[in-house]
Design a protein around this ligand. Structure first.
Ligand code: RP5
Length: 164
């Protein structure tokens, strides 16, 4: 691939996309290229092994992995790639994402997953962290990240307003 995207966004199911698209939208706002794929630790284990085993050679620099329920996807990817893996616990129907969070966060020492918040805030912050990692060696991206944060700060009003 000539210019491979630096970020892979992977998720366990199509049903995770409404959450994970917030990571995609945030990367797009920062003009960071990404590729989104469905890779299930349980339903497509061979796809998981193929993806994680070749992610670095494909040119990815950071992996964002979102999954819900028995969310083994981020940890299994981290087990098979040296790339930084950011895990997003998707909000599950049965347990409101607490199962997802605990499945992802409690990794054994030696195989790290950077675990974010449950749901949309986690997806957004995974993208911002991925951008911050890439910005270490990309001054233009560092400037866009600074501008993003400045705009966010400027958008916060000094005083609360009543709802219209
Ligand atoms: C996990 O199971 C997925 O990450 C998803 O969050 C959850 C439910 O998947 P579906 O049954 O909606 O496909 O593997």
């Amino acid at each position: 691939m000539l210019n491979p995207p630096p970020v892979a966004i992977v998720m366990g199911s199509q049903s995770d996309w409404p959450t994970m698209r917030h990571a995609a939208d945030t990367l797009e706002a920062l003009k960071v290229e990404y590729e989104a794929r469905i890779v299930s630790a349980h339903r497509t284990p061979a796809r998981l092994v193929a993806f994680a085993g070749s992610a670095r050679d494909e040119g990815f620099k950071v992996v964002i992995a979102g999954a819900g329920g028995a969310a083994h996807l981020p940890g299994m990817i981290a087990a098979m790639t040296p790339l930084p893996v950011l895990g997003v616990p998707v909000e599950s129907r049965a347990l409101s994402g607490q199962d997802s969070l605990l499945s992802i966060v409690q990794m054994p020492g030696g195989i790290p997953v950077g675990t974010l918040a449950i749901g949309k805030p986690g997806a957004i912050n995974a993208a911002l962290l991925a951008a911050a990692i890439l910005a270490i060696s990309d001054d233009d991206l560092a400037e866009r990240l600074d501008a993003f944060r400045r705009a966010q700060t400027e958008a916060v009003p000094q005083f609360p307003a009543d709802d219209e």
